[in-house]
Structures are given as C-alpha cells and as structure tokens.
Design a protein around this ligand. Structure first.
Ligand SMILES: [Zn+2]
Length: 124
C-alpha cells in the first residue's frame, strides 16, 4: 500500500475517535444550522492533527456548502448563529463559507463575530 493512503487511513481513524465527543458537544445536531440530516464529522483544517477544535458535526446540506464557490445566500442564513461558537471549526469554518457570498448581511455578520482577527481581515 502506498504510504500516503496508509497515512490517510490513520488520519481518518484518528478523526473518528472524536466521533462520540463531538456528537455529544453538538447535542446530535448540526453545529452550523441545527439540522439533523446525515450528520457527520467535518474537518476544518484536514492537514492538521485531528482535534476537537478542528472538527464540527455537520449535516448533509452544510457539508455540501463547504464545497461551493458561490453558495446560495438563502441557504447561508442558517449559518449565522454558528459564528458565535467558541469552537474554531464551527465559527471560523462557517465564516469562510459565509464570506463566499457577497451579500452585505454576510459581511456584517462576520465583522460582528469574535472569530480570529487575522482570519476576519483575510475574509473581509
Ligand atoms: Zn447543517
């Protein structure tokens, strides 16, 4: 087996060990929108060591949003509350997705949030 895929497997196993902790933290709800469909762990920064701050429990819809370059602004409104989380994967992850929509309310929401200042500057 190639070394890369072995590392990837170990990484995924390490991520999955956080499954129960994160699900409890999230109250078995999507940590971005509060939905409960197709909940799975999502890695904020997949190139880093798995850690609770770097993981969020997200529903199908929200995980789809992370891959879209210009998401539908209506679909993003439910992400606003996530900006107030003290978990980077939840707040910063949501901020990055919100910043891809150019609506003024999205920029304002990011501006008002308490996410990392350097990230905020980069997004706005
Ligand atoms: Zn969601």
């Amino acid at each position: 087996m190639a070394k890369g895929s072995q590392l990837n497997k170990e990484h995924l196993e390490a991520v999955n060990q956080f499954g129960k902790t994160i699900a409890k933290r999230a109250g078995f709800r999507c940590e971005w929108c509060g939905g409960d469909q197709g909940l799975r762990l999502w890695e904020y920064q997949p190139d880093q060591e798995p850690a609770a701050e770097n993981l969020a429990l997200l529903c199908d819809d929200c995980r789809n949003l992370t891959g879209l370059k210009s998401p539908d602004p209506k679909a993003l409104r439910s992400l606003r509350n996530a900006l107030w989380s003290d978990i980077p994967a939840v707040a910063e992850g949501a901020a990055i997705v919100l910043s891809r929509c150019k609506e003024p309310w999205a920029r304002e929401a990011i501006e008002e949030s308490f996410i990392d200042e350097a990230l905020k500057e980069r997004l706005l």
